[in-house]
Design a protein around this ligand. Structure first.
Ligand code: GDP
Length: 483
C-alpha cells in the first residue's frame, strides 16, 4: 500500500513540475559526488562564471553571445536550505581560501536570459541541487532487507585493506548474540564502531567509496537519532528475527532509516532531477592504489544503478524522461599537467564504461570530463638536472608541509606531478606506483593543497576565475536547452 501512496505522491509532484516547466522552462540540475569531491567549489565557480562574465569558449550559447545575462532568483523549495553562494564566493575570491564543503542538501535558482537560435528571446531557469553522493549510494538499500544488507556489509568488510580497519567492530560483533534481548547500549556501541570503520575507510590513505548507509558519515540534521543508530549483524539472509531481540531492534531501525531518510530523499529530490553531474576525486583514488580504484568503480556502478531506478518509475516514462544526461567529472585536474588531462578522462571513461555495461544501462546520455572548476595552478617547463619537465606552479595553502618545509601561503612552488599512464588498465592492475613517485626527488605533493588563484582578466577586462574544461561540462549539461 505504501508503494501506491508513494507513486501517487510522485505523480502529483511530477505533474506540478511538468506544469511549472511548461510555462517556465526549468532544468533541475543535480550536483553530487562523495565528500570533498569538489561540489561546493564547482557550483560556486559555475554561478560566478555565468553571472559575472567568465571565460567559456566551449559553451556555445555563451561564446556566440546568445546569452544576454544570468542572475540568481529566490530559492524555490521552502524546505531546502539555500546554497550559500555569496559566502562561498567571498571566501574563494576575497580570502583566497576554499569554501566550507557540502554536508547537507542545498539548492539555488539561476535564471538565464538568452536568445534562441531563431532569434526569439527566452529564459531558462536552472535549479541547482547540491547533495552528498553518500546519500545517493543509499538508494540501493531500498530493495535490500536488513539481513541482505548485513551480509553484504560483512562480506565487504572482510576484503582487502578493510579487514584491518574493521577489526574493532568485528571484535565487538563477535560478543553480540542476535537472538538475545534488545539492548540499547550494545546497539549504540555497535553503531559507533561500525561508523568508525566506515570513516576509517574514507581516510585518504584508502579513499574507499562504497560505504552505505551514507548518513552515518553525512548525517545532515539527523545526527544521533535512532534511525541512524544500528549496525549489521551476522545473521542468515533468510532468517526470522525473534520478537524483542537485538536482531529485531536493528532490523526495525534499518527499516526506519529507509522510511525516514532514503525514501523521502528519493521522492522529494532525486526523482525530480533532469540532469546530473557526478563529481569524482579520481586523483585521490589513484594515489590510494588499485583497491580504492576498484572500489570507486563499484561505487560508480552503484550510482548508475540509481539512475536506472530513477527512470523505471512509471511516472518518469509517463510525463517526461527525468535524468536524461549524466556527466561524470574527474575534479581537480589542475593538479596534473594538461598533457595528462585526456588520460584522466580515459581512466574515468574506462571505470564508467564497465559500470554501465554491468548495469546494462541504456537510458540517458552519459559523458565524462576531466575538469578543474577553479584552476589553482599554472604550467611551466621546469629544468631538473639536464631535463626539462612539464610542471605545475601553485601556492601551497598556509601550513601545508612537504619535505620538512612549512609553506606560508604566499610562496609559489613548482612541482612535477608525474604522468598518468597512457593505458588506463595499468592503473586498475596496480602497476602504477602513485603520481608523485615517478620523480622520486620530488616533494610528495599528493596531498598538498594549493590556495585558490588570483582572478584572471577576460578579453572584456572582467575579472574571472580560471578553470579547466568547466565550459565543456556546461555545454553537455545545459547547452541543448539553450538552442
Ligand atoms: P565537497 O565536499 O564536494 O563540497 O567538496 P569541496 O567543493 O568543498 O572541495 C573540497 C576540497 O577540494 C576543496 O577544499 C579544495 O581543497 C579542493 N578542490 C575542489 N575543487 C578544486 C579545484 O577545482 N581545484 C583545486 N586545486 N582544488 C579543488
Amino acid at each position: 500500500f505504501s508503494d501506491i501512496v508513494e507513486e501517487a505522491r510522485l505523480s502529483a509532484q511530477a505533474l506540478l513540475d511538468y506544469g511549472e516547466s511548461f510555462f517556465n522552462p526549468t532544468v533541475r540540475l543535480g550536483v553530487t559526488g562523495l565528500s570533498r569531491a569538489g561540489k561546493t567549489v564547482f557550483i560556486t565557480a559555475l554561478i560566478h562564471g555565468l553571472t559575472r562574465g567568465g571565460r567559456f569558449p566551449v559553451f556555445e550559447p555563451y561564446a556566440t553571445g546568445r546569452i544576454a545575462g544570468a542572475r540568481l532568483a529566490p530559492q524555490p523549495d521552502d524546505a531546502v536550505p539555500r546554497f550559500a553562494y555569496e559566502t562561498h564566493v567571498r571566501t574563494l575570491i576575497e580570502e583566497r581560501r576554499w569554501p566550507n564543503s557540502t554536508v547537507d542538501i542545498s539548492e539555488l535558482r539561476l535564471v538565464i536570459d538568452y536568445q534562441r537560435q531563431n532569434g526569439a528571446d527566452r529564459t531558462l531557469t536552472i535549479d541547482i541541487v547540491d547533495y552528498p553522493g553518500e546519500w545517493l549510494l543509499d538508494l540501493p538499500l531500498l530493495n535490500r532487507s536488513f539481513e541482505q544488507w548485513s551480509a553484504e556489509s560483512l562480506a565487504l568488510s572482510r576484503e582487502g585493506p578493510r579487514v584491518k580497519l574493521a577489526a574493532p567492530w568485528h571484535e565487538h560483533l563477535a560478543t553480540l548474540s542476535a537472538e538475545s534481548r534488545e539492548d540499547e547500549q550494545a546497539t549504540l556501541a555497535a553503531a559507533k564502531l561500525f561508523t568508525d570503520y566506515l570513516r576509517a575507510c574514507r581516510d585518504e590513505r584508502f579513499a574507499m567509496s562504497l560505504l552505505p548507509p551514507g548518513r552515518f558519515l553525512m548525517p545532515g540534521n539527523l545526527a544521533g537519532s535512532p534511525a541512524l543508530t544500528f549496525a549489521p549483524l551476522d545473521v542468515p539472509i533468510d532468517g526470522a528475527a525473534p520478537d524483542g531481540s537485538l536482531w529485531a531492534m536493528m532490523r526495525r531501525r534499518y527499516e526506519a532509516y529507509k522510511d525516514v531518510v532514503v525514501r523521502p530523499f528519493f521522492r522529494d529530490h532525486f526523482a525530480r532531477l533532469d540532469r546530473q553531474i557526478v563529481l569524482v576525486d579520481a586523483l585521490a583514488a589513484f594515489n590510494a592504489g588499485p583497491e580504492a580504484l576498484h572500489d570507486l568503480e563499484a561505487a560508480l556502478a552503484g550510482i548508475l544503478d540509481c539512475f536506472r531506478i530513477g527512470r523505471s518509475t512509471i511516472l518518469s516514462s509517463l510525463f517526461r524522461p527525468r535524468i536524461d544526461r549524466i556527466l561524470f567529472a574527474a575534479t581537480k585536474a589542475d593538479h596534473l599537467h594538461h598533457s595528462s588531462h585526456d588520460r584522466l578522462e580515459a581512466v574515468l571513461r574506462r571505470a564508467v564504461a564497465k559500470a554501465a555495461d554491468r548495469a546494462e544501462y541504456a537510458g540517458a546520455a552519459i559523458d565524462v570530463v576531466a575538469l578543474a572548476a577553479v584552476r589553482a595552478t599554472r604550467e611551466a617547463m621546469v629544468a631538473r638536472g639536464r631535463e626539462k619537465l612539464p610542471s605545475i606552479l601553485g601556492t601551497p595553502a598556509p601550513g601545508e608541509t612537504a619535505n620538512g618545509d612549512t609553506f606560508d601561503g604566499e610562496t609559489e612552488v613548482a612541482t612535477f606531478p608525474g604522468d598518468l599512464p597512457a593505458d588506463p588498465e595499468e592503473l586498475f592492475k596496480g602497476g602504477f606506483r602513485g603520481l608523485s613517485s615517478t620523480a622520486s626527488e620530488q616533494a610528495d605533493f599528493r596531498f598538498l593543497r594549493f590556495r585558490p588563484p588570483l582572478l584572471e582578466h577576460t578579453a572584456k577586462d572582467e575579472p574571472a576565475l580560471p578553470h579547466i574544461r568547466l565550459d565543456r561540462a556546461l555545454q553537455f549539461l545545459i547547452g541543448d536547452r539553450l538552442q
